[in-house]
Design a protein around this ligand. Structure first.
Ligand SMILES: *Cc1c(COP(=O)(O)O)cnc(C)c1O
Length: 438
């Protein structure tokens, strides 16, 4: 009985297999999840069902194997189902998966200690939640209480999440507009523009919130000196600097944190994606003692979360931090990143003007195309060649590559040849179409 269940595609006793299984699952998305999303995924070349994954490889219900060069937008930094993370979560699962919420929790205590040790400057206390957007919500609330001010300055093209507060500081009108009025007092400035930031931050500003590389904005790294200037501007006005490292944190950019490239210390840092070791969801908001005193000094329950800091998530987080250190993933991200950048730039030369820029840091790399359709066709073509990539939410001309940091040099080469073939094919296809139209 148990052996036959492991052989079928479904862990839920669903009896269909292969194409029929895939169609049945997609049909349920159409009926019960999100019909538009189902169309979008099928159109994008992802009309299959994920079944299992390990390392950098994802297997689907039709038996296809994909090299995961999207890496869950930064979730799978230690790879899929890293044995050490899985084992840590198993151990915790067999004892106490969720907190009874009355006694102290070892995993939470140890993870908070590690985060204090690893994060820069005087970042010391951690509030745990379950996602990136929750980590940002907590940061915004802390900044208001700590400064007694209500205004925020954020960057155009930024992405900080989709709950009401985080959305209010997310720099893309398309996602904000339908939900207005949002949290008031937020102004947006062009990213990487020091003068604009200096002009926007006043004695009313509670905090400036920035990414160290804009992820959804199109993989746009902070220019040298920008974050340091932001730090100075905040200090001058008595505003706090929140750095959102939900995507860039924990080795992704070839440094443990994106701010480490500049030696900048934020007042509040947010983490999520990679912190759960690709096994559990978790969010973390880390801040300095004075900020903690302001928010929790009088009322330690002023901000709470039922599931935040649960033993399973913290066990995964502890194991993930160990793996990142033991396997030297920060250094490896830097090295594989160089290889990937160099390979992509070679394809850019071959592609004439169709690829306008290749940019990024570590294993957070963006390829900007002149035309959105070419980017889309390239993603599709890569999928057909067994490599997963995606575009950035706020800039569909940009393909993002964010493989697990454990990716090997050979896997990078495989992805590069898939990218090259897919991009050149897409470019010639669209050139052909244009000629037919003329
Ligand atoms: C993904 C992301 C978020 C939101 O995280 P969720 O877990 O999707 O809520 C916030 N900030 C940044 C920089 C992100 O990349």
């Amino acid at each position: 009985m148990s052996s036959s269940t492991t052989e079928t595609t479904s862990p839920h006793g669903f009896s269909l297999e292969g194409e029929a299984y895939v169609e049945a699952i997609i049909e349920r998305y159409r009926q019960y999840v999100n019909p538009g999303l189902a169309r979008l995924m099928q159109f994008g070349g992802f009309g299959d069902v994920e079944v299992s994954a390990g390392g950098c490889v994802l297997t689907t219900a039709t038996g296809a194997k994909y090299l995961d060069f999207l890496g869950g937008y930064g979730v799978f930094s230690v790879g899929h189902r890293h044995p050490k993370v899985v084992e840590a979560v198993h151990r915790q699962l067999d004892r106490l998966p969720l907190s009874a919420r009355t006694f102290f929790c070892e995993a939470q205590a140890l993870l908070a200690e590690q985060l204090a040790r690893l994060t820069p400057g005087s970042l010391q206390f951690t509030f745990f939640s379950n996602s990136g957007t929750e980590a940002v919500e907590a940061a915004l609330k802390m900044a208001r209480v700590a400064t007694g001010r209500t205004q925020f300055v954020s960057a155009e093209g930024s992405y900080h999440g989709k709950s009401m507060g985080s959305l209010s500081v997310t720099g893309r009108e398309k996602y904000r507009k339908p939900f207005e009025p949002l949290v008031p007092g937020v102004s947006f400035v062009p990213y990487n523009d020091v003068e604009a930031l200096a002009a926007a931050v006043t004695s009313e500003t509670a905090a400036v919130i920035l990414e160290t590389i804009q992820g959804e904005g199109g993989i746009i790294p902070a220019k040298p000196g920008y974050l340091a200037a932001a730090r100075e501007i905040c200090d001058r006005q008595g505003a706090l600097l929140i750095v959102d490292e939900v995507q860039t944190g924990l080795g992704r950019t070839g440094a443990l944190f994106g701010v480490d490239h500049e030696g900048v210390c934020p007042d509040i840092m947010t983490l999520a994606k990679a912190l759960g070791g690709g096994v559990m969801p978790i969010g973390a908001t880390i801040a300095t003692p004075p900020i903690w005193e302001r928010i929790f000094g009088e009322n330690p329950l002023l901000h709470t979360s039922t599931f935040g800091g649960n033993p399973l998530a913290c066990a995964a987080g502890l194991a993930a931090l160990e793996v990142i250190q033991e396997e030297n993933l920060v250094q490896r991200a830097a090295e594989r990143g160089e290889q990937l950048l160099a390979g992509l730039r070679a394809v850019q030369k071959e592609a004439g003007g169709a690829i306008t820029e290749v940019r990024g840091r570590g294993l957070m790399i963006g390829v900007e195309f002149a035309v959105k359709d070419v980017a889309e066709l390239t993603i599709n073509g890569m999928a057909r060649r067994g490599v997963i990539a995606a575009y950035t939410l706020n800039n569909p001309k940009v393909i993002r590559l964010e493989p697990p940091l454990i990716v090997t040099a050979e896997q990078v080469d495989t992805a590069l040849s898939a990218f090259r073939e897919a991009a050149l094919e897409a470019i010639s296809l669209l050139e052909g179409l244009e000629e037919t139209v003329e």
